[in-house]
Design a protein around this ligand. Structure first.
Ligand SMILES: Cc1ncc(COP(=O)(O)O)c(C=O)c1O
Length: 416
Protein backbone atom coordinates (compact mmCIF):
# COMPACT_ATOMS: atom_id res chain seq x y z
CA UNK A 1 0.00 0.00 0.00
CA UNK A 2 1.33 3.46 -0.85
CA UNK A 3 1.73 6.41 1.52
CA UNK A 4 -0.05 8.82 -0.85
CA UNK A 5 -2.98 10.72 0.73
CA UNK A 6 -4.26 13.09 -1.98
CA UNK A 7 -3.41 15.95 -4.32
CA UNK A 8 -3.45 19.47 -2.89
CA UNK A 9 -3.51 22.90 -4.56
CA UNK A 10 -0.22 24.59 -3.71
CA UNK A 11 -1.87 27.96 -3.18
CA UNK A 12 -5.49 27.16 -2.32
CA UNK A 13 -4.89 24.09 -0.14
CA UNK A 14 -7.91 22.43 -1.82
CA UNK A 15 -7.61 18.65 -1.75
CA UNK A 16 -8.29 16.47 -4.79
CA UNK A 17 -8.43 12.70 -5.31
CA UNK A 18 -5.59 10.91 -7.13
CA UNK A 19 -6.73 11.36 -10.74
CA UNK A 20 -5.09 13.00 -13.78
CA UNK A 21 -4.99 16.74 -13.15
CA UNK A 22 -3.06 19.70 -14.57
CA UNK A 23 -3.67 22.35 -11.88
CA UNK A 24 -5.99 23.60 -9.17
CA UNK A 25 -9.53 24.39 -10.39
CA UNK A 26 -9.75 27.50 -8.23
CA UNK A 27 -6.56 29.41 -9.11
CA UNK A 28 -4.78 27.28 -11.76
CA UNK A 29 -1.75 26.92 -9.48
CA UNK A 30 0.13 23.58 -9.41
CA UNK A 31 -1.14 20.68 -7.35
CA UNK A 32 1.20 18.67 -5.18
CA UNK A 33 1.11 15.03 -4.05
CA UNK A 34 0.59 14.79 -0.28
CA UNK A 35 2.05 11.82 1.64
CA UNK A 36 1.47 10.42 5.10
CA UNK A 37 4.95 11.05 6.51
CA UNK A 38 3.81 10.13 10.04
CA UNK A 39 2.97 6.62 8.88
CA UNK A 40 6.34 6.40 7.09
CA UNK A 41 8.29 7.04 10.30
CA UNK A 42 10.06 3.88 11.43
CA UNK A 43 8.96 2.09 8.24
CA UNK A 44 10.82 4.09 5.59
CA UNK A 45 14.35 3.88 6.96
CA UNK A 46 17.94 3.99 5.69
CA UNK A 47 17.87 0.20 5.86
CA UNK A 48 14.61 -0.23 3.92
CA UNK A 49 15.86 2.13 1.22
CA UNK A 50 19.29 0.45 1.00
CA UNK A 51 17.53 -2.90 0.49
CA UNK A 52 15.80 -1.54 -2.64
CA UNK A 53 16.86 -1.83 -6.29
CA UNK A 54 19.74 0.20 -7.76
CA UNK A 55 17.34 2.57 -9.52
CA UNK A 56 15.09 5.46 -8.53
CA UNK A 57 12.57 2.86 -7.40
CA UNK A 58 14.56 2.38 -4.17
CA UNK A 59 12.59 5.53 -3.13
CA UNK A 60 9.23 4.04 -4.22
CA UNK A 61 7.66 4.75 -0.81
CA UNK A 62 8.22 8.46 -1.50
CA UNK A 63 6.77 8.29 -5.03
CA UNK A 64 3.10 8.46 -6.05
CA UNK A 65 2.57 5.03 -7.55
CA UNK A 66 0.20 2.38 -6.23
CA UNK A 67 1.43 -0.87 -7.72
CA UNK A 68 4.74 -2.05 -9.13
CA UNK A 69 6.84 0.20 -11.44
CA UNK A 70 6.15 -0.33 -15.14
CA UNK A 71 9.27 1.32 -16.55
CA UNK A 72 12.43 3.07 -15.34
CA UNK A 73 13.97 -0.16 -14.07
CA UNK A 74 17.43 1.28 -14.87
CA UNK A 75 16.63 4.96 -14.34
CA UNK A 76 18.29 6.86 -11.52
CA UNK A 77 21.04 5.68 -9.15
CA UNK A 78 23.47 7.68 -11.26
CA UNK A 79 26.99 8.42 -9.96
CA UNK A 80 27.79 11.07 -7.38
CA UNK A 81 31.37 11.89 -8.33
CA UNK A 82 33.89 13.34 -5.86
CA UNK A 83 35.29 15.90 -8.29
CA UNK A 84 38.78 16.51 -6.90
CA UNK A 85 40.42 17.78 -10.09
CA UNK A 86 37.62 20.26 -10.78
CA UNK A 87 37.65 21.24 -7.09
CA UNK A 88 41.39 22.05 -7.32
CA UNK A 89 40.73 24.13 -10.42
CA UNK A 90 38.02 26.14 -8.61
CA UNK A 91 39.79 26.30 -5.25
CA UNK A 92 37.07 24.30 -3.48
CA UNK A 93 37.59 21.98 -0.54
CA UNK A 94 34.80 19.46 -1.19
CA UNK A 95 33.02 19.26 -4.55
CA UNK A 96 30.62 16.65 -5.92
CA UNK A 97 29.04 16.23 -9.32
CA UNK A 98 25.67 14.48 -9.41
CA UNK A 99 25.99 13.06 -12.90
CA UNK A 100 22.69 12.36 -14.68
CA UNK A 101 24.40 12.58 -18.09
CA UNK A 102 24.49 8.77 -18.08
CA UNK A 103 20.94 8.26 -16.82
CA UNK A 104 19.02 5.43 -18.55
CA UNK A 105 17.50 5.00 -21.00
CA UNK A 106 17.79 8.52 -22.45
CA UNK A 107 20.81 10.18 -20.82
CA UNK A 108 19.24 13.04 -18.89
CA UNK A 109 17.54 13.75 -15.58
CA UNK A 110 14.20 13.47 -17.39
CA UNK A 111 14.29 9.68 -17.08
CA UNK A 112 13.42 10.15 -13.41
CA UNK A 113 10.24 12.16 -14.00
CA UNK A 114 9.15 10.09 -16.98
CA UNK A 115 9.60 6.75 -15.19
CA UNK A 116 7.04 7.91 -12.62
CA UNK A 117 4.69 9.57 -15.16
CA UNK A 118 4.50 6.57 -17.51
CA UNK A 119 3.96 4.15 -14.64
CA UNK A 120 1.14 6.44 -13.48
CA UNK A 121 -0.25 6.70 -17.05
CA UNK A 122 -0.59 2.90 -17.11
CA UNK A 123 -2.20 2.88 -13.66
CA UNK A 124 -4.76 5.43 -14.92
CA UNK A 125 -5.38 3.35 -18.04
CA UNK A 126 -4.16 5.85 -20.68
CA UNK A 127 -3.74 4.28 -24.10
CA UNK A 128 -1.20 6.85 -25.35
CA UNK A 129 1.25 9.27 -23.78
CA UNK A 130 3.01 12.46 -24.85
CA UNK A 131 4.63 15.71 -23.80
CA UNK A 132 5.65 19.25 -24.67
CA UNK A 133 9.42 19.30 -24.62
CA UNK A 134 12.66 21.16 -25.24
CA UNK A 135 14.15 17.83 -26.40
CA UNK A 136 15.32 15.70 -23.50
CA UNK A 137 11.82 15.09 -22.21
CA UNK A 138 10.62 14.01 -25.67
CA UNK A 139 13.54 11.59 -25.94
CA UNK A 140 12.76 10.18 -22.52
CA UNK A 141 9.01 9.85 -23.19
CA UNK A 142 9.71 8.11 -26.52
CA UNK A 143 12.10 5.67 -24.84
CA UNK A 144 9.95 4.87 -21.81
CA UNK A 145 6.82 4.55 -23.97
CA UNK A 146 8.72 2.03 -26.09
CA UNK A 147 9.61 0.06 -22.94
CA UNK A 148 6.00 0.18 -21.73
CA UNK A 149 4.57 -0.66 -25.19
CA UNK A 150 2.54 2.56 -25.48
CA UNK A 151 2.21 4.86 -28.50
CA UNK A 152 3.66 8.31 -27.86
CA UNK A 153 3.19 11.83 -29.26
CA UNK A 154 6.08 14.17 -28.61
CA UNK A 155 5.78 17.89 -29.36
CA UNK A 156 8.89 20.01 -29.70
CA UNK A 157 10.06 23.38 -31.09
CA UNK A 158 11.16 23.02 -34.74
CA UNK A 159 14.79 24.10 -34.14
CA UNK A 160 16.11 21.36 -31.85
CA UNK A 161 19.57 19.80 -32.06
CA UNK A 162 19.83 16.96 -34.59
CA UNK A 163 21.22 14.53 -31.98
CA UNK A 164 18.12 14.87 -29.85
CA UNK A 165 15.78 14.46 -32.81
CA UNK A 166 17.52 11.26 -34.01
CA UNK A 167 17.75 9.88 -30.48
CA UNK A 168 14.02 10.30 -29.92
CA UNK A 169 12.90 9.23 -33.41
CA UNK A 170 14.73 5.93 -33.26
CA UNK A 171 12.39 4.98 -30.36
CA UNK A 172 9.40 5.34 -32.70
CA UNK A 173 7.27 8.19 -31.30
CA UNK A 174 4.89 10.34 -33.34
CA UNK A 175 7.00 13.48 -33.63
CA UNK A 176 5.25 16.84 -33.94
CA UNK A 177 7.58 19.77 -34.77
CA UNK A 178 6.01 23.11 -34.00
CA UNK A 179 6.84 26.48 -35.50
CA UNK A 180 7.44 28.28 -32.25
CA UNK A 181 9.42 28.15 -29.01
CA UNK A 182 8.77 25.87 -26.04
CA UNK A 183 6.19 28.21 -24.56
CA UNK A 184 4.15 27.99 -27.79
CA UNK A 185 4.49 24.19 -27.76
CA UNK A 186 3.36 24.01 -24.15
CA UNK A 187 0.28 26.15 -24.75
CA UNK A 188 -0.83 23.94 -27.63
CA UNK A 189 -0.13 20.79 -25.62
CA UNK A 190 -2.48 21.88 -22.82
CA UNK A 191 -5.34 22.09 -25.34
CA UNK A 192 -4.42 18.72 -26.88
CA UNK A 193 -4.65 16.91 -23.50
CA UNK A 194 -8.34 17.73 -23.16
CA UNK A 195 -9.25 16.96 -26.74
CA UNK A 196 -7.41 13.68 -27.39
CA UNK A 197 -7.47 12.08 -23.95
CA UNK A 198 -3.76 11.29 -23.86
CA UNK A 199 -1.62 11.12 -20.76
CA UNK A 200 0.66 14.12 -21.28
CA UNK A 201 3.44 13.70 -18.77
CA UNK A 202 4.01 17.40 -18.06
CA UNK A 203 0.39 18.47 -18.44
CA UNK A 204 -2.32 16.22 -16.95
CA UNK A 205 0.23 13.88 -15.31
CA UNK A 206 2.35 16.79 -14.05
CA UNK A 207 1.70 16.37 -10.30
CA UNK A 208 3.03 12.79 -10.48
CA UNK A 209 5.77 13.48 -13.04
CA UNK A 210 7.40 16.24 -10.98
CA UNK A 211 7.71 13.92 -7.97
CA UNK A 212 10.25 11.80 -9.86
CA UNK A 213 12.71 14.72 -9.73
CA UNK A 214 12.95 14.36 -5.93
CA UNK A 215 14.99 11.21 -6.43
CA UNK A 216 17.91 13.26 -7.82
CA UNK A 217 18.08 14.81 -4.33
CA UNK A 218 17.39 11.57 -2.46
CA UNK A 219 20.35 10.00 -4.22
CA UNK A 220 22.71 12.90 -3.47
CA UNK A 221 21.90 12.52 0.23
CA UNK A 222 22.22 8.74 0.32
CA UNK A 223 25.37 8.63 -1.82
CA UNK A 224 27.00 11.27 0.40
CA UNK A 225 26.66 8.76 3.25
CA UNK A 226 23.27 10.01 4.47
CA UNK A 227 24.18 13.69 4.71
CA UNK A 228 23.40 16.79 2.69
CA UNK A 229 25.81 19.05 0.83
CA UNK A 230 25.77 22.61 2.16
CA UNK A 231 25.27 24.04 -1.35
CA UNK A 232 23.39 22.54 -4.31
CA UNK A 233 23.51 24.21 -7.73
CA UNK A 234 20.79 23.28 -10.23
CA UNK A 235 19.71 24.44 -13.69
CA UNK A 236 16.27 26.00 -14.08
CA UNK A 237 13.99 25.61 -17.10
CA UNK A 238 10.33 24.94 -16.23
CA UNK A 239 11.36 25.02 -12.58
CA UNK A 240 10.66 21.39 -11.71
CA UNK A 241 13.96 19.97 -10.54
CA UNK A 242 15.15 22.64 -8.11
CA UNK A 243 12.07 22.76 -5.84
CA UNK A 244 11.77 18.97 -6.03
CA UNK A 245 15.39 18.31 -4.98
CA UNK A 246 14.65 20.72 -2.11
CA UNK A 247 11.51 18.67 -1.28
CA UNK A 248 13.57 15.47 -1.46
CA UNK A 249 16.09 16.82 1.09
CA UNK A 250 13.27 18.05 3.36
CA UNK A 251 11.58 14.64 3.25
CA UNK A 252 14.79 12.96 4.40
CA UNK A 253 15.17 15.53 7.19
CA UNK A 254 11.55 15.00 8.28
CA UNK A 255 11.98 11.23 8.33
CA UNK A 256 15.19 11.56 10.38
CA UNK A 257 17.31 10.00 7.63
CA UNK A 258 19.74 12.96 7.45
CA UNK A 259 20.70 15.80 9.75
CA UNK A 260 19.30 19.23 8.92
CA UNK A 261 22.36 21.26 7.92
CA UNK A 262 20.18 24.06 6.48
CA UNK A 263 21.02 23.24 2.84
CA UNK A 264 21.31 26.18 0.46
CA UNK A 265 20.00 26.11 -3.14
CA UNK A 266 21.33 28.12 -6.09
CA UNK A 267 19.80 28.49 -9.57
CA UNK A 268 21.61 28.50 -12.91
CA UNK A 269 20.15 29.96 -16.11
CA UNK A 270 21.49 30.98 -19.50
CA UNK A 271 21.86 34.72 -20.02
CA UNK A 272 19.61 34.38 -23.11
CA UNK A 273 16.75 32.95 -21.03
CA UNK A 274 16.87 33.93 -17.38
CA UNK A 275 13.47 35.06 -16.09
CA UNK A 276 13.97 33.39 -12.71
CA UNK A 277 17.60 34.47 -12.18
CA UNK A 278 16.69 38.05 -13.10
CA UNK A 279 13.86 38.12 -10.56
CA UNK A 280 16.14 36.72 -7.84
CA UNK A 281 18.87 39.22 -8.58
CA UNK A 282 16.37 42.07 -8.50
CA UNK A 283 14.89 40.82 -5.21
CA UNK A 284 11.46 40.22 -6.78
CA UNK A 285 9.11 37.39 -5.81
CA UNK A 286 7.71 36.95 -9.31
CA UNK A 287 9.33 36.76 -12.74
CA UNK A 288 8.59 38.39 -16.08
CA UNK A 289 8.39 35.94 -19.04
CA UNK A 290 11.14 36.27 -21.69
CA UNK A 291 11.68 35.23 -25.30
CA UNK A 292 14.59 32.75 -25.22
CA UNK A 293 17.75 33.13 -27.28
CA UNK A 294 20.49 30.79 -26.07
CA UNK A 295 22.64 27.86 -27.08
CA UNK A 296 21.22 26.04 -24.01
CA UNK A 297 18.05 24.97 -25.81
CA UNK A 298 16.99 22.34 -23.28
CA UNK A 299 16.59 25.00 -20.60
CA UNK A 300 15.17 27.69 -22.92
CA UNK A 301 11.81 28.18 -21.22
CA UNK A 302 10.80 31.82 -21.04
CA UNK A 303 7.64 31.30 -18.99
CA UNK A 304 8.46 28.58 -16.44
CA UNK A 305 5.43 26.81 -14.93
CA UNK A 306 7.07 26.50 -11.50
CA UNK A 307 9.38 29.53 -11.69
CA UNK A 308 7.91 31.24 -8.65
CA UNK A 309 8.59 28.17 -6.50
CA UNK A 310 12.24 28.25 -7.54
CA UNK A 311 12.39 31.90 -6.40
CA UNK A 312 10.73 30.96 -3.08
CA UNK A 313 13.14 28.09 -2.37
CA UNK A 314 16.22 30.14 -3.26
CA UNK A 315 15.08 32.94 -0.94
CA UNK A 316 14.05 30.58 1.85
CA UNK A 317 17.40 28.78 1.86
CA UNK A 318 19.58 31.88 1.48
CA UNK A 319 20.90 30.95 -1.97
CA UNK A 320 21.28 33.02 -5.10
CA UNK A 321 21.16 32.77 -8.91
CA UNK A 322 23.66 33.35 -11.69
CA UNK A 323 23.56 33.43 -15.49
CA UNK A 324 26.09 32.43 -18.15
CA UNK A 325 26.46 33.50 -21.76
CA UNK A 326 27.00 31.09 -24.67
CA UNK A 327 30.79 31.29 -24.62
CA UNK A 328 30.97 30.80 -20.84
CA UNK A 329 28.66 27.77 -21.25
CA UNK A 330 30.96 26.20 -23.84
CA UNK A 331 34.07 26.92 -21.73
CA UNK A 332 32.41 25.19 -18.77
CA UNK A 333 31.44 22.14 -20.87
CA UNK A 334 35.10 21.77 -21.78
CA UNK A 335 36.37 22.39 -18.24
CA UNK A 336 34.12 19.63 -16.86
CA UNK A 337 35.27 17.18 -19.53
CA UNK A 338 38.96 18.07 -19.13
CA UNK A 339 38.93 17.71 -15.36
CA UNK A 340 36.37 14.95 -14.72
CA UNK A 341 35.82 13.26 -18.10
CA UNK A 342 32.11 14.13 -18.11
CA UNK A 343 30.74 15.46 -21.41
CA UNK A 344 27.61 17.44 -20.66
CA UNK A 345 25.29 19.45 -22.86
CA UNK A 346 24.81 23.25 -22.67
CA UNK A 347 22.38 22.89 -19.72
CA UNK A 348 25.23 21.31 -17.72
CA UNK A 349 27.68 23.89 -19.02
CA UNK A 350 25.31 26.57 -17.77
CA UNK A 351 25.15 24.98 -14.32
CA UNK A 352 28.93 24.75 -13.96
CA UNK A 353 29.55 28.24 -15.41
CA UNK A 354 27.01 29.70 -12.96
CA UNK A 355 28.47 27.74 -10.04
CA UNK A 356 31.90 29.24 -10.84
CA UNK A 357 30.40 32.75 -10.73
CA UNK A 358 28.66 32.05 -7.41
CA UNK A 359 31.96 30.81 -5.98
CA UNK A 360 33.94 33.78 -7.28
CA UNK A 361 31.31 36.20 -5.93
CA UNK A 362 31.53 34.61 -2.48
CA UNK A 363 27.94 33.32 -2.58
CA UNK A 364 29.36 29.81 -2.20
CA UNK A 365 32.21 29.80 0.35
CA UNK A 366 35.18 27.74 -0.85
CA UNK A 367 35.42 25.70 2.37
CA UNK A 368 31.81 24.41 2.34
CA UNK A 369 30.67 21.18 0.58
CA UNK A 370 29.12 21.83 -2.84
CA UNK A 371 27.14 19.63 -5.23
CA UNK A 372 26.79 20.68 -8.86
CA UNK A 373 23.97 18.87 -10.68
CA UNK A 374 24.72 17.80 -14.25
CA UNK A 375 21.43 16.92 -15.91
CA UNK A 376 22.14 16.17 -19.59
CA UNK A 377 24.58 14.55 -22.04
CA UNK A 378 26.81 16.36 -24.53
CA UNK A 379 26.64 13.63 -27.17
CA UNK A 380 23.11 14.80 -28.01
CA UNK A 381 24.24 18.39 -28.70
CA UNK A 382 27.59 18.06 -30.42
CA UNK A 383 26.89 21.05 -32.66
CA UNK A 384 27.34 23.21 -29.56
CA UNK A 385 31.08 22.44 -29.83
CA UNK A 386 31.29 23.36 -33.54
CA UNK A 387 34.42 25.37 -34.32
CA UNK A 388 35.90 24.65 -30.91
CA UNK A 389 38.67 22.33 -32.08
CA UNK A 390 41.16 22.85 -34.94
CA UNK A 391 41.13 20.35 -37.77
CA UNK A 392 43.46 17.36 -37.25
CA UNK A 393 45.17 16.42 -40.51
CA UNK A 394 45.44 12.60 -40.95
CA UNK A 395 48.96 11.13 -41.26
CA UNK A 396 50.29 8.12 -43.17
CA UNK A 397 50.34 4.89 -41.08
CA UNK A 398 54.20 4.96 -40.83
CA UNK A 399 56.68 5.60 -38.04
CA UNK A 400 58.46 8.45 -39.86
CA UNK A 401 55.15 10.26 -40.34
CA UNK A 402 54.38 9.80 -36.65
CA UNK A 403 57.84 11.07 -35.61
CA UNK A 404 57.47 14.11 -37.87
CA UNK A 405 54.12 14.89 -36.33
CA UNK A 406 55.54 14.56 -32.80
CA UNK A 407 58.43 16.88 -33.65
CA UNK A 408 56.04 19.50 -34.96
CA UNK A 409 53.99 19.51 -31.74
CA UNK A 410 54.30 22.39 -29.25
CA UNK A 411 56.06 21.64 -25.90
CA UNK A 412 54.54 18.52 -24.38
CA UNK A 413 53.62 18.02 -20.74
CA UNK A 414 54.79 14.38 -20.88
CA UNK A 415 58.25 15.20 -22.33
CA UNK A 416 61.25 14.83 -19.99
C1 LIG B 1 19.22 18.72 -19.48
C2 LIG B 1 18.19 19.47 -18.72
N1 LIG B 1 18.54 19.97 -17.53
C3 LIG B 1 17.68 20.67 -16.80
C4 LIG B 1 16.41 20.91 -17.19
C5 LIG B 1 15.60 21.71 -16.24
O1 LIG B 1 14.29 21.48 -16.19
P1 LIG B 1 13.23 21.93 -15.10
O2 LIG B 1 13.65 23.23 -14.49
O3 LIG B 1 12.01 22.07 -15.93
O4 LIG B 1 13.16 20.83 -14.14
C6 LIG B 1 15.98 20.42 -18.44
C7 LIG B 1 14.61 20.66 -18.92
O5 LIG B 1 14.16 20.37 -19.95
C8 LIG B 1 16.90 19.66 -19.21
O6 LIG B 1 16.56 19.14 -20.41
Amino acid sequence: MSYVKCLRGKESGIEYPITPRTSCDLDFSPVEVVYDYERMKGRVTRKSIEAGPQSLWRYKDLLPIEGEPKTGFHSGWTPLVRANRLAAELGLKELYIKDDSGNRPSFSYKDRVVAVAITKALEFGFKAVGCASTGNLAHSVAAHAAIAGLPSYVMVPYDLEEGKIVAMRVCGPNLVRIKGNYDDVNRLCSQIADKYGWGLVNVNLRPFYTEGAKTHGHEIAEQLGWRLPKHTVLPVAGGTILPKVHKGYQEFIQLGLVEDNQPVFHAAQAEGCCPVAKAIREGKSDFKPQKPNTIAKSIAIGNPADGQYVIQDIKKTGGFAATANDSEIIDAIQLLAKTEGIFTEPAGGTTLACAIKLINDGRIPRDEPVCICITGNGLKTIEAMNGRFPHVEPIEPRMDAFDAMMNSMPARADAN
